[in-house]
Every structure is written in C-alpha cells, then in structure tokens.
Design a protein around this ligand. Sequence first.
Ligand code: GLC
Length: 723
Amino acid sequence: MTEKKLKELLESMTLEEKVGQLVQCNAGQFIENTLDITGPEGEALPAEDLCRVMGSVLTFEDAAQARALQDMHLAADPKKIPLLLMLDVIHGLRTTYPIPLAMGGSFDDDLMTECADMARKESAACGVHVTFNPMVDTARDGRWGRILETCSEEPLINSRMGAALVKATQGEDLSRPENVACCVKHYAAYGAPEAGRDYNTVEMSERQLRETYLPAYKACLDAGARLIMPAFNSLNGIPCVANRWLMRKVLREEWGFRGVVISDYNAVGELVTHGVAENPKEAVRLAMEAGCDIDMVRNAYYQYLPALVREGTIPEKDLDEAVMRVLELKNELGLFENPYHGADEALEKELYLCPAHRDIARRAAEETAVLLKNEGILPFPKTVRRIALIGPFAEEKHLDGFWSRPGAWKDTVTLPEGLRALLPEAELMIERGCGAEIGAVDESGIERAAAAAAGADAVILTLGEEEGDSGEGRSRAEVTLSRPQLALARRVLAANPNTAVVLFNGRPLVLTELEEMAPAILEMWYPGTEAGNAVARLLFGEANPCGKLSVGLPRRTGQYPMPYNRVNTGRPKPQPDSRAFPFTSCYLDTPNLPLYSFGYGLSYTSFRYEDLTLDRETIGREDALQATVTLTNTGKRAGKEAVQLYLRDPVASVVRPVQQLIDYRKVALAPGETAKVCFTVTEKQLRFYDFDCREVSEPGRFELSVGWADHLMLTRRFELKKD
Ligand code: GLC
C-alpha cells in the first residue's frame, strides 16, 4: 500500500479504530471471545467490538491458527486492517537450539546467524510476523532467572550476536513471506535488577547505563530491528514504559528510532502498582506521553485512551503518530496484500525438525558446550561397553530451556537415545540417584546409583538445575547445586573415578565443591532438541568441545554482581587470590576471582598463542592498528578456538576496567596447523563515557592482550596520539 493510501486509511478511521491498532491481546482470549471488559465509566465494552478493531495478538499455536485468527478478524473489521501476529521465538520455534547464554559462549556470530536463520524459516511458516527477540539485557548476576535469555555478561557479545540475529531474521525485505520482524528487548537494563530479583528496581548512573547496558539495544536497532520493548523495571525511579528520558530523549531523539514501541505484558497497567499512576487512566496517559505505541494485554489503552483523546489530554496527533507506526509496520510486512504472510501448514511439516535443522541444532549444542575440567577422563573411548548414566537428568527431556515453545521438549533427544545411537553395542545402566529440585532432601537413590557406577567402565553423572528454576520470575538467592546432587556426586565419584559430570542449567552455578571432586566437567547449559546426540558425541570424541564461558562462574553467590571487566580500585587485592589481604578490596572468606572466568573453556586438543605483534605503536583518530597473534593447534586432533582480544586503558579521566573484550574470532585448526589471527583496532574501540556522559577516547597509552579474562597474555602497548 502506498504512503498516501496509508494516510487516507488513517484519516478514515474512527477514534475507537485508531485506539484498537494499539491494543494487543492473547490469541486464546481472541478465539474464545473472552475479551469483555468494562470502560472507564463502568460501561460494557463487548468482546466483539474489541475483536473488530484490535491491532495484534500474541502467543498463537501454528499456521492453521494464524490463518484462522486473521480470517476471524478481517471478517469483523470493516476497514480490513490485518492483525499483526507476534510470538516469543527466543532460540528456535520447533527445532530448539541452545539457550542464548550458551550461544554467547560460542564466540561465533556465524553460528548465531545460522541458528537464527533456521528459526526464521520455522517461524515464518508458523505464521509469525514479529518475534519478541533478541533479548539483549546485559546481565552480571546469576541470581537473576532471565540471565539464560541473554548471550553474555559482555555487551560486545550481546551487541554482535543480537545484530546477527536481527539480520538473519528480518532478511532484506520484510514483505517477503519468509522474513520476520524483530522486537528487541527489554529496554533498558532489565538485567541489572537490585539483588538479582526479577522485576526489581534498577538504579545506576547514566554513565554506567550508556557504557554497559544501552549499547546492545542500539546495535540491534542499528541492525534494523523494527520494534523495541520497554522493560518491566523502574530505571532510576521511573518505570521504563513511562520513562520519557529513555523513550523519547534517547530512543527517538538521540538514536532516531522510528519503529514501534510495544509494552511488556501489562506493563502499562502496572504503572499503578509501581505507584507512579493513581489509576489505569493515568497509567495510559504516562505511557502514551512517553511514546509507548502498543499496550500488550490487559487493554488499558482500549478502556481509557479514547477518553484521554476526547478530553484533549492526549492530542489526537500523538495517537495518529503511534497508529501510523503500526500501520507502516503492517504495510512493510506486506500484510495488506497478504495478511497470512508466511503461514504455510505444508511448509511447517517440511521444516520442523527436518534433518538439516536438527544438524544445525546439534552442531550448536556441540559448539556451545564448555569443557570446564578434564583430568585425562574425556573423551571416553568408543570401545567402552558398560556405561552408567546417572543423575536427575539421565533420562530428562526438559533440556531446552524456559523459552522453548510449549511442547517442544517432547522432541528432545534424551541422553540414552543419543548414547544408543552412537554406541549401539554398549550396555547402559541408568540410575536417577536423586532429584534436582531446589530444596530437595531425598538421597534414597544414591546407593543404587553408586552401585551402578561401581560396575561400569565409564560413568556419566548428570547434574544441574531443573528447567523451571531459571527464566522469567525464577530468581534464586543461592545458585548452588542442591545438597542431594553433591552427595550423589561424592558417592558416585568414590565408587568410580572414571566419571564425567555433565551439567544442565540455565544460569551460572556455584561449582566450587563439585570442582574439588570431579575429574571432568562439561557445561551443556540447556542444549535444546539435539541434547542427547550432542552430549554423546562430545563425551566420546566425535565432537571436540570449543565453547567458552559467556559469563563467569562464581565461587560463592555472595560475590554477585561479579563483572569480569572490573576496575582496579585503589586497593586491589594482590596475588595469590587464594587468601585475604586485609585493607585491600577482598573478602575474608573467599577469593575475589570467579571459579571459572569469562572466556574460559578447554578443548580435547591444545592451542599455543605466540608472537602478538602490532603493526604500529601509535595511532591517531583516523588510523587503524593491526594486531596479529600466531595460534597453533599443538594437539593431535582438529579443534576450534575462540581467540579473544582484550584492551586495558591504564590511565583515563574515569576508572577503566582492568580487562575489556574488544574483539573475538572463532578459528578452526587442524592438528599442527598454525594461523595468524588478525584484529583491526581503531580509535572507536578505545571510547568510553566520561564523567559528563560524553562518549570520548583520550590520548595516552593502551594495552592489548589475548587469552581470556583473568588470564591475559602476550600484552603489547600502543599509544593514541593527541589530535
Ligand atoms: C513476558 C516477557 C517478555 C515476552 C512477553 C510476551 O512477560 O517479559 O520477554 O516477550 O511477556 O510473552
């Protein structure tokens, strides 16, 4: 439809029809026609009226339902304005790939592109127009249950992988039925709630906000994301959805965003609960004045916005601008010409869980696994005949994370299925041993498990946290393994030291006790549909682990928040980190450093870093410096290494981190192969926010290193010249 036709359509719409475009309901309510609500004067607002004018729905099932929803609506709407169909497709629709926190650990943007492209195809066939993805809330606190949804504690990874996902999902032309629009979320700093408790308040300096929390949202908008979702939390005293500094000054004026802003689930109504609005009508005014276009569910806009416009509190011009943004998005998706977009039942059947998608999901599960420890145990030889598979996840199918689609877990390849596929001759002895639920005390199965371990050639011990214990509203005050799981580990390892621990969890866990007793630990996070095949191939050497930690693992929960890119302080704790040094920035009861640091991960082969060279010792603002490191695979098998480049700015007008990741690259090497890995460094990567919140770089000396956090090596110095 042309811009002119869109304007004519807008002019032809009644006030109620305009408001309807800003209303989103659950698909289920729409189908069951349970949208009866009361108006501000207590009058009935019957469901069929809302169904007629409503602009979008969320959370529907499949292509058939997508078409039915569209048909129902268009039959009722005299203006024939198609619905927007939106869905949370966070890491796969039917073929589930690993959770984002695992994907970040691949340090491989191309892998994210491949997975997002797969998810796009399945989503489009399902009839999705908009996915509420990527979630790029930088998080440094494992107590927060939604840390599983973000790629990393490092905003650079969230920025690059979020942008890769947006590009792979939206393609070049949203009107093409195979492409899906992205809604980046949750704007802003939802990942930094006080005490790590979901939905809790966020208080931080503008400088910290701009330096650490805003960049990833902007990177996704710069990549073309068409929608953004303000977060539930208040930010420096004002809930995001009503925060005009965030939504007007930064988003619209500074960043020039012209797309659609959609609230989170009833976040508009919750302004009353936050205590910044006297009543829902006041909440609607605040949200509209801040520039929130669509009210997700609970329909406060539908109830109160017409009155606010009629009485002149909200200028109709503002309403028209919001409605036009929604109409423009529908038009860009080509919905006026093809309201079904990509919904295609035959294509669903062809794509869902197809071999090519399973292959992508399996490779992603293999390449995001992090080998934390391996004292000569792994890989197990494939000649092993008697395998004890033990622990709460031994036969678990719920290995695909909080935001996998309902029912997707039924497709998960379990560990026994993966092991039997790889080693059909091997005998599997399976013992659960104990549960993984928080607070569990039952240890009655441990002896049976220990007996099974004693009789085995090799033992796979599965530990972690239940899938429902991370995700939205799932924060924890302690992020340790449950007592029965540690008791199980102690007994099984005593019964058979040839034991590898495999972890399934959605957040960083405290592994301090486990690490002391287990000779091998493989972190799988929630690996998705192909879990069993990936684990089997990794444990028996068909695949070589190459994931790194996207977030550091603490020794104690009390270390949180524990950003890897910490500042030095005036009294840094000297080495060794193993004991307290009074009157320094340390704990009396635990070391400062994580148990395992950001960027750490082992392989079945080994790599040597040498000869980091810079092609110049000084750069100006227009120059680019080439940093080259020689990497050699010194082992006997092929492997991939995430080469990480860290910067330090030892003296600046504000304190700067002792280590900051500024680039990364995944490199594959055959045994004995050597490669020169080259990074380009420009003045842009030296920038930070100064005390006055200006983005600056300051002349002076800088250091570049390779390695991983807390384990930097081959440090070289260069200088940024004065202008
Ligand atoms: C949820 C989440 C948000 C999601 C939305 C729709 O409460 O906060 O991430 O996209 O509702 O399901």
